[in-house]
Design a protein around this ligand. Structure first.
Ligand code: TV1
Ligand code: CA
Ligand code: ZN
Length: 393
């Protein structure tokens, strides 16, 4: 009804699991699976599902999760029960098994199902991209980039991205992983540390003492031993508070442009964490829906098969805006959709700001001062160019 038609000669697949959205990390926990419901309802109200193939993902099974995670970690994850009284932020227990049950990674009802559904969506997306049934496959329920082989970390229990990239590596020689979540994509970097078939590139707020996870310095570029195939295959773009759309877009295009030229990826995995938007409850950046989406638009123009993952995003109405806009970019219907949110959208009032009509672009939250001098931004690009002189595929 909004005249959104399938892009010609080009297919987008959309992977969700409504059961996943019903889980709760706890009353005050910033991670709200409900943001996925809000995002999907906005995407639906624009009529976008008519222009893509929609799949309800099945949960990943033990064997699939075991392609990366260890058996003892998965066994424990599958059997632990929620605590009767959830721990609060203050009383952190120092000796948690597999880092489970603290305030960041609480044990909640249906935890194993939640994790296996998130991974299932991303694995389905990877399979569609492998089969060439999708040019772009979308898994907004995935993107949980901090999870380790045998440890939960930073709201992440199962690393669906690592599992999806392992699937892509069965059909593509080289995969480029890009991470625009405000946090460092440490789990994915670690998983592919010693291979030259995956290059990882994370843009993030970096402050080793005061911002999670504290890793991802400009000079951290993979194994220091030149004999290790993974040497120079980790790109890190450490940033400060308040970066704007213009600066970010210039950085993104310069860095990714150079990576594509030297690494020559055959597929892209793009983590679209929406906590890099202005006004995010945990974030520090000043990106607008436009600037965040520009990264997706840039990658799409490269014409490589691609998976889009979700990730962080703690102001649900802004998450829904960004991921709806990025779904529209994937469908090449940016120009056809009305920036005023459609009348029949559920929770439409939730998107209204003051007297203004509810808009797709106008995000909640005020601007933070920009603490990224242009000189530093140029230094970063210079460093990445020098690093990539060691990479030739
Ligand atoms: C319960 C209730 C948990 C309120 C956690 C913010 C909470 C945070 C909470 C929180 C919070 C973090 C740390 C400190 C490590 C800890 C999905 C030494 C108001 C991908 C994960 C951030 C980001 C973890 C995940 C971080 C992602 N920040 N309120 N916890 N300890 N943890 O700093 O990258 O977005 O904040
Ligand atoms: Ca990042
Ligand atoms: Zn994050």
């Amino acid at each position: 009804e909004y005249g959104i038609v399938r892009p010609k000669g080009y297919n987008v697949t959309f992977h969700t699991n409504p059961e996943m959205e019903k889980h709760h990390f706890g009353q005050t926990h910033p991670m709200k699976p409900w943001r996925l419901t809000l995002s999907k309802s906005l995407i639906m109200s624009y009529g976008m599902p008519f222009a893509m193939d929609n799949y309800i993902a099945r949960a990943a099974n033990f064997e699939e999760l075991n392609n990366y995670h260890t058996q003892d970690y998965l066994d424990y994850l599958g059997t632990v029960l929620p605590e009767p009284v959830p721990r609060d932020v203050e009383s952190a227990n120092p000796d948690l098994k597999f880092n489970l049950g603290g305030s960041d990674c609480p044990l909640f009802e249906g935890l194993y199902d939640y994790c296996s559904m998130s991974a299932g969506g991303s694995l389905d997306a990877a399979r569609k991209v492998c089969n060439r049934e999708a040019d772009i496959a979308i898994s907004w329920g995935g993107g949980l980039h901090h999870a380790k082989k045998a440890e939960a970390s930073g709201f992440c229990y199962i690393n669906d991205i690592v599992l999806a990239i392992l699937q892509l590596l069965r059909c593509y020689p080289r995969v480029l992983y890009i991470d625009i979540d405000v946090h460092h994509g440490d789990g994915v970097e670690e998983a592919f540390f010693s291979t030259d078939r995956v290059m990882t590139c994370s843009f993030h707020k970096y402050d080793p003492c005061n911002f999670f996870p504290g890793t991802g310095a400009l000079e951290d570029n993979g194994p220091k031993n030149e004999m290790n195939a993974g040497a120079h295959h980790a790109v890190n773009v450490p940033l400060n508070d308040g970066i704007t759309d213009d600066q970010y877009a210039w950085l993104f295009d310069s860095v990714i442009g150079k990576i594509v030229e030297t690494f020559r990826p055959s597929a892209i995995a793009l983590q679209c964490g929406a906590d890099s938007l202005a006004g995010d409850r945990l974030g520090r950046f000043n990106l607008q829906v436009q600037g965040h989406g520009q990264c997706v638009a840039y990658c799409k123009k490269l014409g490589l098969p691609m998976i889009l993952f979700g990730g962080g995003g703690y102001t649900p109405r802004n998450v829904a805006r960004a991921w709806s806009w990025e779904t529209a970019i994937s469908l090449q219907c940016e120009d056809k959709i009305d920036k005023t949110i459609p009348e029949h959208t559920p929770w439409r009032e939730h998107f209204r700001q003051e007297e203004l009509l509810p808009s797709l672009e106008q995000i909640l939250g005020e601007a933070r001062p920009n603490k990224n001098p242009q000189k530093r931004i140029q230094e970063i690009v210079q460093h990445v160019h020098e690093q990539l002189r060691f990479v030739q595929h």
